[in-house]
Design a protein around this ligand. Structure first.
Ligand SMILES: [Zn+2]
Length: 130
């Protein structure tokens, strides 16, 4: 049960997060209103600026950074996981699978063989007609 004026729902998601749940959004749309108007005031830009405006500073360019004597951080070593590595990636719907050069070369060879066979068949046909 959604209470738009009280900004709460019996599923309690709206109460906990301050963002309207799917039930609340459905009832907001039935009244032809904008669900973003029902988001808690703590998510509004002005409030966020007031909260973090004095604390958050921008970072200067790298040339202004202070140099340290400490060693630079190194990425972790890559450990080979057990099991056979995947040979094929999971394709998305509608994605065209890539064709390797080897397959393309074989296709051309086969195609040329077909053409030659067809040509010889036609030549034989011509010879028998004459
Ligand atoms: Zn709800």
């Amino acid at each position: 049960m959604v209470n738009l004026k009280g900004k709460n729902c019996t599923c309690r998601k709206w109460n906990l997060t301050g963002i309207p749940c799917k039930h609340a959004i459905a009832s907001i749309y039935t009244e032809y209103k904008d669900p973003s108007m029902y988001v808690d005031i703590y998510y509004h830009k002005e409030i966020q600026m007031k909260c973090y405006g004095d604390v958050m500073y921008g970072i200067k360019m790298e040339k202004y950074w202070t140099k340290t004597e400490r060693p630079t951080s190194v990425p972790p070593k890559i450990v080979k996981q057990p099991g056979r590595p995947k040979k094929l990636k999971i394709m998305e719907i509608g994605e065209i699978p890539p064709v390797s050069e080897k397959v393309q070369a074989n296709a051309q060879v086969i195609h040329m063989q077909c053409l030659q066979a067809r040509r010889s068949q036609l030549q034989e046909l011509f010879q028998t007609c004459q």
